[in-house]
Ligand binder design. Structure first.
Ligand code: MOS
Length: 711
């Protein structure tokens, strides 16, 4: 790991909040107590499309403890500043855009009473025929102008069709990925408290400042009138970006109507329709190569879905524009509006689906060429970002592949893939190994931070960051201590308060890279001023000395190199030839993402991403029932995520990478990279083991069994 002169940045120190978390001293949003607290429980629509004609609340209101029933006819009107996400406009219309949408809400003095009464609200609907299933031939498919994160809806460089026609070898296959649901350990919760000058929102939130801005806009307030507090968050994956999700808005609305603090706490079941999800995809990937393995054309067409009320398009082809060189490249997204909840950001939005398809296609190409899949990837490495021609600030894909090959024992696997070499057999198990590249862009946004020197020799550092379990709190403490040149226990770090000032959210893997920049700036400037004062013999005044920093200009000025992170996943699977049971025996992930601020928390985040890739490859499958438009599974009993017993041996290697992009600490994002491509490595291993190409995830036991039967 890169370690600085003081050795604090790069050290694997223990989590700063570890003891508070395990002893319960850390207060999560749900655990905030207030006198006079009431609870709001949403009533969700039972039709997928139509209109609410009547809300009968008499029975609910008759229950003891029930204070109010809100619906679109009586809920306060919200403002709609430009850019407001329509999912935030809760109870503003009688239209029903999807099954599970909030159509009413019950407020009561206890959570149990509110839940009970929510079941007594009778809603009369005027239902219309709904359309909830994504298909490749859906007549409503269109090419959007942009996918998420500003990735073009359609983009090409060169003419792929003739290039493919001339290629010595081509792969032309269709891959699919299923809906995935976020299931953070902490379900979404918020407490809203209106005070004379505004609103305080204790919220499970990835970005307190951005939420303050969004919520202020809805209620016609100035951003500083909304104080979002989000000190501890039990996971998020993109679902706790409150600028796009309604639970906290509903709490704020109910608190305003009732004139008392109101808490919302979604149940696990309610999360499925209310907090976004990874949309399904149908992807056609065409790769053309010369006999030596050099790609001559890459074509990636991705089909996905959005809701009626908002155009969210997963940037499925985004990685395909970056990972490999080829003279001709084309990426097209097509999307259809269905009567479904709006999909949204979920760890590596777009990239997770796209890298699955691309990296399986590359494996297929290797097999058809008879070239080792690692050699094939290395042969198509690129020194410049293919779509822009810009140099990379750092790019260590080849090192990741090579380091991983050696560490994993790849050479023992033999060259080629499907059919090229017979799968290994150990007793009743078929053994396969697979590899895939990992890629995610490296983003960062200008943010603000404050650092204050106190007369007792301690330092107070503050930034509106959010640690959703990543270790950001600990990493920022290390960055601050390093910049101040002091031991971390002399630094008191406050995060999770929007009042600390503008800051990026914990999203797009840009939390720590965005936040560490102004923390470093503020702390270095403070150390400089303290040094000057000490030289002049001046003591620190009783009120302390404060420095505020805003990294916006520095981030802007930091040059125009292409910024991305890369890695390589390796997987070994064992398939029971009689039952089709799949075990992922071991996974190795090798990643390069600039300076790793904390090797311990980073390793843990990489493990999490690899486990989530295991879920994508083999387990996680959201499905919509065409008959009623509902998600078929609503709980963790039937929506399967990998549990401890599913996971074999995991190993993470973090390469020491020096990034040239001007970041003062050299930080690049890691959270999403950890997962990207991992599902392809597992699928490729499984394809080799079974001798059948799997192109649809999750690969279920029945898929494996039917492939085995065809042997
Ligand atoms: Mo992440 S999906 O950018 O919160």
């Amino acid at each position: 790991m890169s370690a600085t002169a003081t050795g604090i940045v790069g050290a694997g120190i223990e989590r700063a909040d570890g003891v508070d978390k395990v002893t319960g001293a850390a207060r999560y949003s749900f655990e905030r107590r207030f006198p006079d607290l009431a609870y709001v429980v949403p009533v969700q629509s039972t039709i997928a499309r139509g209109r609410v004609v009547r809300v009968e609340s008499e029975r609910a209101l008759a229950e003891s403890g029930v204070l109010a029933v809100l619906d679109a006819s009586c809920a306060p009107r919200l403002e709609r500043p430009e850019g407001t996400h329509p999912e935030l406009l809760v109870l503003q219309s009688d239209r029903v855009a999807y099954r599970g949408q909030i159509v009413a809400a019950v407020v009561a003095t206890t959570l149990d009473a509110a839940r009970e009464a929510a079941g007594l609200v009778e809603i009369e609907y005027e239902a219309e025929p709904h359309d909830v299933i994504l298909r490749a031939d859906h007549p409503g498919l269109y090419v959007p102008e942009n996918a998420n994160a500003g990735v073009p809806g359609a983009w090409s460089d060169g003419d792929v069709a003739p290039a493919l026609a001339r290629a010595a070898v081509i792969v032309d296959e269709t891959y699919t990925t299923a809906i995935e649901h976020h299931n953070p350990m902490e379900p979404h919760a918020a407490t809203a408290v209106w005070e004379h000058d505004g609103l305080t929102l204790h919220n499970a939130d990835q970005g307190p400042y951005m939420t303050a801005v969004a919520v202020a806009g809805l209620f016609g307030l100035r951003p500083e009138q909304v104080r979002v507090v989000s000190e501890y968050v039990g996971g998020g994956f993109g679902s706790k970006a409150t600028m796009s999700r309604p639970p906290a808005v509903l709490a704020a609305m109910a608190a305003r109507v009732l004139g008392r603090p109101v808490k919302i706490a979604l149940t696990r079941q309610q999360l499925f329709a209310l907090i976004s999800y990874r949309p399904p995809s149908i992807q056609r990937v065409r790769l053309g190569a010369a006999a030596d393995g050099r790609l001559v054309a890459i074509d990636h067409e991705a089909i996905t879905q959005t809701s009626r009320i908002h155009e969210y398009v997963d940037q499925i082809g985004a990685s395909t524009r970056v990972v490999y060189a080829a003279p001709c490249r084309r990426v097209v997204h097509r999307v259809v509006r269905l009567d479904v909840p709006t999909p949204g950001f979920m760890r590596g939005p777009g990239h997770a689906s796209g890298m699955f398809a691309l990296e399986v296609a590359v494996d297929e190409l290797a097999a058809r060429l008879g070239i080792d899949p690692i050699a094939l990837r290395i042969a198509n490495d690129t020194a410049v970002e293919p779509y822009s021609g810009r140099e990379f600030s750092s790019r260590s894909l080849v090192e990741c592949l090579q380091t991983g090959a050696e560490r994993f024992g790849w050479m023992t696997r033999g060259a080629g893939s499907d059919g090229a070499d017979a799968p290994r057999r150990e007793g009743r198990h078929l053994i396969g190994t697979g590899v895939a590249a990992a890629h995610h862009p490296d983003y960062r946004f200008g943010s603000t931070a404050r650092a204050r020197a106190l007369p007792d020799g301690r330092f107070a550092v503050e930034i509106a960051a959010s640690d959703i379990g990543t270790g950001a709190r600990t990493a920022l403490l290390q960055v601050a201590a390093d910049a101040l040149g002091v031991d971390p226990d002399r630094v008191a770090l406050t995060i999770g308060h929007s009042a600390s000032g503008q800051a990026m959210m914990a999203g797009g893997s840009m939390g720590t890279s965005s936040w560490s920049w102004p923390v470093d700036m503020a702390c270095r400037e403070l150390a400089r001023r303290l040094g000057a004062r000490a030289d002049a013999g001046e003591a620190i005044p009783p009120e302390g000395i404060e420095v505020r920093a805003d990294s916006a200009e520095a981030v802007q000025a930091a040059g125009s190199l292409a910024r991305h992170t890369f890695g390589a996943h390796f997987a070994e699977v064992a398939v029971d030839a009689r039952t089709g049971e799949v075990r992922v025996r071991r996974m190795l992930g090798v990643f390069a993402a600039g300076t790793i601020v904390n090797a311990r928390t980073a390793r843990s985040q990489f493990y999490g991403g690899m486990i989530m890739a295991h879920g994508q490859a083999l387990l996680e499958r959201g499905e919509i029932d065409p008959a009623d438009g509902d998600f078929v599974v609503h709980d963790l009993a039937s929506y399967h995520v990998p549990a401890n017993a599913d996971i074999g041996h995991l190993e993470v290697v973090m390469l020491d990478e020096r990034d040239r992009s001007g970041h003062p600490v050299g930080v690049k994002g890691i959270g999403e990279l950890a997962m990207m491509g991992g599902a392809a490595a597992i699928a490729n291993a499984l394809s080799q083991a079974v001798g059948h190409r799997f192109r649809d995830v999750p690969i279920r036991i029945e898929d494996v069994r039917s492939a085995l039967r065809r042997q």
